[in-house]
Design a protein around this ligand. Sequence first.
Ligand SMILES: [Zn+2]
Length: 271
Amino acid sequence: MREALAHRLRKEDLYQGLSSIICRTTLAAKTLRHKQQMTVPNKEANKSTDKDSLFFSCEICLNQGKGLIGRGKNLLEMLIMKVESCDALLVVDVQKDFCPGGSLPVEDGHEVVPVINALLYKFSFIVFTRDWHPPDHCSFGDPPKFEDGSWPAHCVQGSEGSEFCEELNVGETPIIFDKGVDPNMEEYGAFGRPDLGDLLREKGITRIFVTGLATNYCVKNTALGAVKQGFQVALVADACRGIDIPPGAVNETLDELREAGVVICSSTEVE
Ligand SMILES: [Zn+2]
């Protein structure tokens, strides 16, 4: 997943007021819900040195105070992405079985590790989730079809593959949330049960930054579950990797998340 897929607003533009906000969007026009209502400020935009980006004025953003990357009155707050005490970082399933060499590897899954490690020190509250299956878990197929409901055995409790990636800096006393523990429940997302939401609310968390593996399964369901429980949610795109089968599946997931109100951002925008 490329950083260019994230819809972004330049922070410096915020200080010039809403009337001058410039929406910075990608050339992936198929992802632009409001494309037809945008105007390109000048033809020179096509000659931008940033080949992945064009600058658009988005009338919807200007007139309604919401738009491509956020919704409602929280837009400005979300765009700045300054980490505060009400924010939590959620690291989803960065386990050996989901990385190259594991039993259910996500392509380039290991590449999220340095990105997440760089984010960790910015947050005072961090939760690491684990896929933590019993050996007879319902998601295991024999033989596996490598699709929903029929995966190879993975992240079996206590197995080497269930361990966090060695380079992931989980610290000495990580807060760990296990899911998929019930043999009869798939549980891709971490908010299917009330436990995690309750813990976060207890800690005064209102906004969650989601990272990890895989974008279109556990990350997606975790992000949507958090929205459903009333949290503001940002997905840090370059800190996630997905399973792009069929091709385009990851981009479709990002569209779905945006539609649900999730902000798609880059780790460089989280301060
Ligand atoms: Zn699983």
